[in-house]
Design a protein around this ligand. Structure first.
Ligand code: FES
Length: 370
């Protein structure tokens, strides 16, 4: 890379990091490896001058951007390498009709370049080298990607802690990282227990298939208490069902860390048609620069309306689950369609998701720098 471009890249990454925002850089694909029939592992080379920018916490994700003649595709993928390893890798499963996943699993080649946002996300745990905790990790399908990063990071960073992993898939052949988990069991011995739940095939020594759900958690609470922290990632039904069971059993909510990998099934907070009709003057502030547009309370989201004007706005899923587009309401009021990415404290402080926000007052000021 020419020196001037490299320098510009480094400065952009530094400024974005100082403001707590991700920045976008081109990374070269270093490795592509099949994980299952429909999933691949994609590893990127991170150049030395961007190492700090791509440093991540276990459980965080990156947004991968693929530009085509028809436009831009953005997808969020959890990093499936341990924190501090220096490796940046994601797992991509082909989704029926999925434009990006189809491209990534069939056409992407080693040596290709993709734009990748620096890591974001608050699905993580605090590490304490002196801790001796029991973590229960629960993963459904592709939900294993952040869980794998968290499991390895915890086992390496907390030498006295142990992890019980409950992992749901249809069958061994659809299970990502099956061999890697076996290898981890060999390395960490009794500190890592992996319990596969295959819905279409009986695990060795069992009479029938095993499904992961609230009963598995009840059983675990009876058989191997105490559990200090719960980490889970998967589809809504699995995560919500288990969270409800934990609540029934009086598990402290502060010990439960959860992430969804899709917004499918997440209830809308508001119905756009019930909103009072307001034509609002919306100002967006980012990098100290204001951009103003007029927007209807019943129209597209603030993010969708603003992108043609400010293509540099940070975003990824556009679905209310990744929080990359988090912004603070400094003046006026907005309503969100849905939100499963902000915690109560952030909402109280006035943060909203630009991809879900609609103005409901005549003037609104949203600050991405806050
Ligand atoms: S872009 Fe993902 S929550 Fe808004």
């Amino acid at each position: 890379m020419p020196l001037i471009r490299r320098h510009r890249d480094e400065i952009a990454a530094f400024q974005a990091r100082r403001r707590g925002r991700p920045s976008l850089h081109s990374l070269v694909v270093e490795e592509i490896r099949p994980l299952t029939d429909d999933a691949v592992l994609v590893a990127f080379t991170v150049p030395d001058h961007l190492r700090e920018a791509y440093r991540f916490k276990h459980g965080q994700h990156v947004t991968v951007v693929h530009r085509t003649d028809a436009g831009e595709l953005r997808r969020s993928y959890s990093i499936c390498a341990p924190a501090g390893s220096g490796g940046l890798r994601v797992a991509i499963r082909r989704v029926p009709g999925g434009a990006f996943s189809g491209y990534a699993t069939e056409q992407l080649r080693v040596g290709d370049t993709l734009a990748v946002l620096t890591p974001t996300g608050r699905f993580t745990t605090e590490l304490d080298a002196a801790a001796a905790k029991h973590y229960v990790a629960i993963a459904g399908g592709s939900g294993i990607t952040p869980i794998l990063s968290m499991t390895v990071t915890i086992l390496e960073g907390e030498p006295q802690s142990r992890v019980t992993l409950l992992y749901a898939n249809r069958s061994p052949s659809s299970t990502m990282f099956l061999d890697e988990l076996e290898a981890l069991r060999d390395v960490h011995g009794a500190r890592l227990s992996v319990c596969h739940h295959w819905s279409r095939e009986a695990p060795a020594g069992e009479a029938g298939p095993r499904r992961l759900g609230p009963d598995s958690v009840r059983d675990l609470l009876e058989r191997c208490p105490p559990v200090d922290e719960w980490i889970m990632c998967g589809p809504l039904g699995l995560v919500q069902g288990i969270a409800a069971t934990l609540e029934e059993h009086g598990v402290d909510q502060n010990t439960i860390h959860q992430e969804l990998f899709t917004a499918a099934g997440v209830d809308d907070l508001t119905n756009g048609h019930d909103r009072p009709l307001v034509h609002s003057e919306v100002t967006l502030r980012m990098d100290g620069e204001d951009s103003t547009l007029t927007l209807s309370s019943r129209g597209v989201s603030v993010l969708a309306a603003a992108l043609p004007l400010r293509p540099d706005l940070p975003y990824s899923c556009s679905d209310g689950i990744c929080a990359t587009c988090r912004v603070k309401v400094v003046e006026g009021q907005v309503e969100m369609d849905r939100c499963s990415a902000l915690d109560r404290a952030e909402i109280r402080q006035g943060y909203v998701l630009a991809c879900q926000a609609h103005p409901i007052s005549e003037r609104v000021l949203l600050d991405f720098d806050a």
